[in-house]
Design a protein around this ligand. Structure first.
Ligand code: NAD
Length: 382
């Protein structure tokens, strides 16, 4: 085993499992990895159970397994899949670091509540994803990738026919035709998985750059006959379409979707209302038994008009599955990737054996949303 440094920072993880969450923000192999960086781990008993990691696994890796209160009392920094509830925040002590998807783009009141409690808030959703030093911290990429894979499996499970073409003694069965709307991280993984299952795949994205990526996976790019050549916004991400553009896009997608057996939508925007890509008219145009998996479904609505979290069957017999929790359904792998992301964010902030920040650094400046403190030397330099 690689040499472990003497621990000077303690990282704590609580049990966040619920009906919809099976992941855990620390897996046993990451305990060992953190140990090499002088970080010891303390985890709430049972936190890894739903992801198939037992308390013994954590102890064998060198972590301390303790009660929730003990974890809160001991940790210098806590890692979360989601963000801590107001009840948990009330129990945390001033000076502790909170690392997770904090919802800082939309919920400034929550960020203020962290600041008011004297906590340091590190918001992973603020990660500058294009920075090469931040690649291993990109939880959005790792979890969207798992989500796209599981979306394809979910669609295949719900669809009442084969995905691959099959020639049998009783005749030839045609392959399923699948349409993936949104060909980012999740969409590309959905395309790859659907292809491996034998479906004939077509995909669409508003970013012109995605055409080549879709085609490199052996899928066809859906030409809507619309010019969204400026569909790419800042940092290579999609820009929000105007109301008029959105209406044009919806009409074209609705019309083209009617020939497909499976539709997967993935244009998910953290904390913001996702764009509607397929309207009710489009859903009604699909045949009985067709399956839609809307990965963006949320309380704010999804990419498909009328979609809600869970499964519904429309009057026309289309299965509409609103599935924002798909990464949690592959909890073992999703947790392992996610805990590596969180651990690398934490390790980035450990300097000379202590937690610290340098707000002149792009990464620090972007990620720290609460409890920002400029170091004494940097203040003097100004
Ligand atoms: P996302 O989850 O925000 O969106 C999913 C996809 O939906 C995106 O491809 C987006 O273009 C698309 N979309 C949004 N609105 C749409 C609309 N109205 N119609 C059709 N499609 C729409 O994005 P993501 O998957 O996390 O990332 C998007 C892209 O960013 C990736 O494909 C990748 O190229 C890039 N990226 C780069 C880095 C990096 O530089 N390190 C890291 C992560 C992602």
């Amino acid at each position: 085993m690689a040499e472990q440094k003497e621990a000077t920072v303690t990282f704590g993880v609580l049990n966040e499992t619920s009906d919809t969450e099976s992941r855990v923000a620390l897996t046993p192999d990451i305990v060992t990895r953190l140990g090499r960086n002088g970080i010891s781990c303390i985890i709430e008993s049972g936190a890894g159970n739903a992801a198939e990691y037992t308390d013994e696994d954590y102890q064998d890796a060198g972590a301390t397994v303790a009660s929730r209160d003990e974890v809160i009392a001991t940790a210098d920094a806590l890692g979360f899949i989601d963000r801590p509830s107001a009840e948990t925040v009330a129990k945390l002590k001033a000076g502790q670091w909170v690392i997770g998807m904090l919802g800082s783009f939309t919920d400034t009141a929550y960020v203020e509540s962290l600041s008011n409690a004297g906590l340091v808030g590190v918001a992973i959703e603020k990660l500058p994803r294009q920075l090469s030093s931040a690649q291993s911290m990109d939880e959005m990429t790792s979890q969207n990738s798992v989500m796209g894979y599981k979306a394809a499996i979910t669609a295949a499970n719900a669809y009442g026919a084969f995905l691959p073409m099959m020639t049998t003694a009783a005749g030839t069965i045609r392959p399923a035709k699948a349409l993936v709307l949104g060909a980012g991280i999740a969409g590309l993984q959905a395309i790859g998985t659907l292809k491996r299952l034998g479906a004939v795949v077509t995909a669409y994205d508003v970013r012109p750059a995605s055409k080549g990526e879709v085609e490199s996976l052996g899928a066809k790019f859906l030409d809507l006959g619309l010019d969204f050549s400026k569909g790419q916004g800042e940092g290579g991400y999609a820009r929000a379409l105007s109301a008029e553009e959105q209406a044009q896009q919806q009409a074209a997608v609705d019309e083209k979707a009617s020939g497909f057996d499976i539709v997967i939508t993935t244009a998910k925007v953290p904390g913001r209302k996702p764009p509607v890509l397929l309207t009710k008219a489009g859903v009604n145009g699909l045949h009985r038994g067709a399956v839609i998996v809307d990965c963006a479904a949320s309380d704010l609505g999804g990419n498909v008009e009328g979609s809600a979290v869970g499964e519904q069957v429309t009057e026309g017999g289309v299965k509409l599955i609103g599935a924002p929790y798909l990464a949690s359904g592959v909890a073992t792998t999703a947790s392992n990737l996610l805990s590596r992301n969180v651990a690398d964010v934490l390790s980035h902030f450990v300097r000379d054996g202590k937690l610290g920040m340098d707000l002149t650094e792009e990464l620090d400046n972007a990620l720290v949303v609460a409890g920002r403190i400029e170091t004494a030397e940097k203040k003097e330099e100004k």
